[in-house]
Ligand binder design. Structure first.
Ligand SMILES: C[S@@+](CC[C@H](N)C(=O)[O-])C[C@H]1O[C@@H](n2cnc3c(N)ncnc32)[C@H](O)[C@@H]1O
Length: 269
């Protein structure tokens, strides 16, 4: 019988973990296994502990402390919302809307991933962010983001009022009845504060639409992630608030993912 080499033992170990995650219903068992093995860096006891944490459903990014978003390494602290792949397209869109020396606000920034993408693409721009959760603000700052703690626009520098080119927000927008349908991991670990958008999911979106008018310059762009019926619910109100050139953004599967609009000016009465 051939003797087993360290390489063979490692690959058997890897196979076993892939099978464990796969039978546990994890959607990317190979990637998860490789991330955890890399994070454990050869320490078997640590690897066992990491795997046990993951099997409870704790987000992988909290365990490894990082995630790739728009091809950038983002630090993710435990307790802070894990940026979703689906939000990358909105971040890319914001990059194209922001002039090189312009100004942008990333509302409800979480880890600060979107703000970091913007400031990396436009080092000469002023990019600020806010979040109501202190852990998120600390995490965003550790990602190099100029982040402020508080409700939406309240903590942001007043000097930016009327001067901002882009307001972007992946804000909580899950309608109350849909909270129970969220993935098990999200429900068990992430805070409802990250998700809950009121009865139809538009409570915070509406506050953002109203508040952005003070900060956007005429011609500035608002980009918001939305789901389900929310674009339809909001479009009329947006026109009444003075937004123009309203566009509904779809993902590759033709699902509504966002809304984009240009701020012109307050409508005359
Ligand atoms: C869905 S997460 C999105 C985080 C980040 N934008 C991203 O895409 O990764 C929503 C974030 O909104 C924050 N939040 C909830 N209500 C808020 C409010 N009223 N003002 C500021 N931040 C808020 C939560 O703490 C959470 O970090």
């Amino acid at each position: 019988m051939a003797e087993s080499t360290p390489d063979m033992a490692e690959s058997t170990h890897r196979e076993a973990l892939v099978t464990l995650f796969s039978t546990g219903g994890f959607v990317a068992p190979e990637e998860e296994t490789d991330d955890l093995i890399a994070h454990a860096a050869g320490d078997d006891e640590l690897l066992t502990a990491l795997v046990e944490r993951r099997l409870t459903g704790e987000p992988l990014a909290w365990i490894t402390g990082q995630l790739r978003f728009c091809d950038m390494e983002i630090r993710v602290d435990p307790g802070v919302y894990v940026p979703r792949r689906q939000s990358q397209a909105l971040a890319h869109r914001a990059v194209t809307c922001l002039p090189p020396r312009g100004a942008a606000i990333d509302l409800c920034t979480g880890t600060g991933a979107i703000a970091k993408v913007l400031s990396t693409a436009h080092p000469g721009a002023r990019v600020v962010a806010s979040d109501v959760d202190e852990r998120a603000v600390a995490c965003a700052r550790s990602n190099g983001v100029e982040a402020f703690c508080g409700d939406l626009f309240t903590p942001l520098p007043r000097s930016l009022q009327g001067d901002v080119d882009v307001v972007i927000g992946v804000v909580p927008y899950v309608p109350t009845p849909a909270l129970a349908l969220l993935q098990r991991d999200a429900l068990a670990f992430e805070s409802p504060l990250s998700y809950h958008g009121g009865p139809d999911g538009t409570d915070i979106l509406r506050r953002v639409l109203r508040g952005s008018r003070r900060f956007l310059r005429p011609g500035g762009v608002i980009l918001l992630e939305v789901g389900g019926e929310q674009a339809d619910i909001l479009l009329d109100d947006m026109a009444q608030l003075g937004y123009d050139d309203l566009v509904v953004l779809f993902d590759d599967e033709d699902d509504v993912r966002g809304i984009e609009a240009v701020w012109r000016s307050a409508p005359s009465r």
